[in-house]
Design a protein around this ligand. Structure first.
Ligand code: M6R
Length: 620
């Protein structure tokens, strides 16, 4: 959460930083800020709300700075306000600092600084870091007479050099616990951006026009050709001419640059109105690309077979949509392989004392590979000697570097906060994993990977926008709706419900259809909209009974199903392609995702940036 950027080079730094921040807005959009240093001048601009507000404000200012940093915020500590927006400064305004992560011991540090007379203008942990850092910088002695900046305090005049700052960063990060990627500039030290990193992502980009620091590669696209990934515990600086990196033991590290493989068309809207719309359309491609890559690179075959031993204890954990993909994995392993699986929300998993040991296999699923809750489970599983597998979409993410084995998905960059194509890619990877496990066990399955490919290809261009218009009108002013289904359909209902509430702010609940009569039916009144999902041929009668129960209480049931003969029993039927029971997720998700998307549009909401949320949830 939170996106940070720094640029130093030949070009105008402020427009460059603003441009790059656009690609990081998916990490948070509560406020945005930039700061630059130019000779003796250090200036900060911040605005509450989306980046556009800040860009409009700065638009007509001509700032000839060649070194600047920027930040887009998802608020954790302190409300979204100008005073809590980054970059943060110290009491003497000699530095400006942007941060992604959480300084966990900030309260104690703040108290300590308070007793020394340091005052605070906001509530953030970042301001504490900035002020502690400034104090440590001023406590360093500039020994050599290299280029220095002179600063006057109440009592004396201080000489600050790059070396002083590096020593102060080293000290500050030893005093802080938690996660951080920080970048900062210092008044009087021109054309240098300092950084430190622990657990939050930070990369260095390089081009002939300059050097950059950023949270993620999309920010560097079109600006730099190559990037270096900074590791945990490392710190240093970039300047026009050099890059200096130290590891936690204060050894100098040589950067190792990799080409940026991302294509520009993967991160721009093209002819689409929103990224969510584009990404829903890319769902089929992401399944096919995932299956092709796993197959052509023999990724599953490279995982030692004994990991999939029948006697292993299998755990699955993830958050949000990724957990919903995990639920389908659990369903398939139990239904098709006859083995039991333990599954839980990552935020619950680690606190329930799971019985992990060296016979355990823990499967973590994550689009970003950065989700703090899921990462903690991965680390916990490793501590207990379990083998860890991770289904991850973002290459080079933290999860990729920690897990024992990676099962990569190939959805490409997913920018809308609501996960759509990444979920489908996760399903592709999961079905491939189950097929692989079945092969090791010599078991036959009720589906094949070739069948998945052919139904996905056949339905790639089906568009539900017209058919869903009436349904969108039906719910647009509703306060509450329900999704019901049985078996696999209930798992799809959970995902559909999350998608709808996340971007329309309509309260939505998913229920196993059979559970209605055990309590929730009390909530159904005349005109209440209930979405029923029925793709499982062996559950038609049972689910239909529940539809009748709903009809009797005046509900308007909208049924997503391939069985058109059920049309007369419901308010509206949305026809799905008829496929084998276990393959239903590959055809049922598109209309359900489209329903959420169109509903957000009808309410004039931005589906790509729902309120209070961010794409990568890097705090627990
Ligand atoms: O990056 P991850 O897959 O680990 O993210 C997990 C959830 O935060 C994510 O799926 C979230 O639920 C989505 N916004 C749902 O659309």
């Amino acid at each position: 959460m939170c996106g940070i950027v720094g640029y130093v080079g030949e070009k105008l730094a402020i427009p460059m930083v603003l441009e790059c921040l656009k690609s990081l807005e998916y990490r948070g959009y509560d406020s945005a800020g930039v700061a630059y240093v130019d000779g003796k001048k250090l200036e900060v601009f911040k605005r509450v709300g989306k980046l556009k507000i800040l860009s409009n404000f700065i638009e007509n200012k001509i700032i000839p700075a060649s070194c600047a940093i920027g930040h887009t915020r998802w608020a954790t500590h302190g409300e979204p306000s100008e005073k809590n927006a980054h970059p943060h400064t110290d009491n003497l305004s000699v530095l400006a600092l942007a941060h992604n992560g959480i300084i966990e011991n900030f309260s104690a540090l703040k108290k300590d600084l308070n007793t020394q007379g340091v005052e605070f203008y906001g509530e953030t942990d970042t301001e504490v870091f900035a002020k502690l850092l400034q104090q440590n910088i001023f406590n360093e002695n500039a020994i050599k007479s290299e280029n220095y900046a002179m600063h006057s305090t109440m009592h004396n005049t201080i000489k600050v050099t790059k070396k002083c700052i590096i020593m102060a960063i080293k000290k500050t990060i030893m005093q802080c616990t938690g996660s951080y990627a920080v970048v900062f500039i210092f008044k009087g030290i021109d054309d240098v951006i300092f950084f430190a990193k622990n657990k939050s992502p930070l990369i260095i980009g390089e081009s002939k026009y300059g050097k950059m620091l950023a949270s993620d590669t999309p920010a560097l696209l079109g600006k730099c050709e190559k990037f270096h990934t900074i590791n945990d515990g490392e710190f240093g600086y970039i300047s026009k001419r050099s890059i200096c990196i130290y590891d936690k033991d204060f050894n100098k590290i040589k950067p190792y640059f990799m080409p940026i493989k991302l294509q520009l068309n993967e991160v721009i809207l093209g002819e689409h109105q929103h990224f969510m719309q584009k990404e829903i359309e890319e769902g089929a491609k992401s399944v096919l690309d995932t299956l092709d890559r796993l197959d052509s690179q023999k990724i599953l075959a490279k995982i030692p077979e004994q990991i999939f031993d029948i006697n292993s204890n299998f755990y699955i954990t993830a958050c949000g949509t990724a957990l919903h993909a995990g639920r389908i994995a659990k369903y398939l392993i139990e239904n098709q392989l006859g083995e039991s699986v333990d599954l839980d929300y990552a935020s619950e998993f680690r606190y329930k004392r799971p019985q992990l040991n060296s016979r355990s296999v823990c499967l973590c699923i994550s689009q970003s590979g950065e989700t703090a809750d899921t990462l903690s489970c991965l680390e916990l599983s490793k501590e207990f000697g379990a083998t860890t597998l991770a289904v991850v979409n973002v290459r080079g993410s933290r999860m990729e570097s920690i897990a024992d084995y990676i099962i990569p998905t190939s959805a490409g960059p997913e920018i809308a906060v609501a996960s759509t194509k990444a979920y489908l890619a996760q399903l592709g990877a999961i079905y491939a994993l189950i097929a692989h496990m079945a092969k090791i066990r010599n078991k036959s399955l009720d589906f094949s990977i070739d069948e998945i490919k052919s139904i996905v290809k056949a339905n790639e261009n089906v568009n539900y926008e017209n058919e869903l218009k009436e349904v969108v009108e039906l719910i647009k002013n509703e306060e509450s709706v329900y999704f019901v289904g049985r078996g696999l359909d209930y798992l799809l209902a959970m995902e559909a419900s999350l998608k709808l509430k996340e971007i329309t702010y309509i309260h939505s609940e998913a229920l196993p259809a059979g559970e209605l009569k055990h309590g929730s039916l009390a909530l159904i009144s005349e005109g209440c909209v209930v979405f029923a999902i029925l793709t499982q041929s062996d559950l038609i009668e049972k689910t239909l009974n529940n539809v009748h129960e709903l009809n009797s209480r005046g509900a308007k049931v909208v049924l997503f199903t391939p069985f058109i003969e059920l049309k007369n029993f419901v308010y509206k039927l949305i026809k799905l392609p008829n496929v084998k029971n276990l393959l239903a997720p590959f055809v049922a998700l598109k209309p359900l995702q489209t329903l959420a998307y169109l509903s957000a549009i009808s309410k004039n909401l931005d589906p790509d940036k729902p309120r209070n949320l961010a794409k990568s949830v890097t705090v627990e």
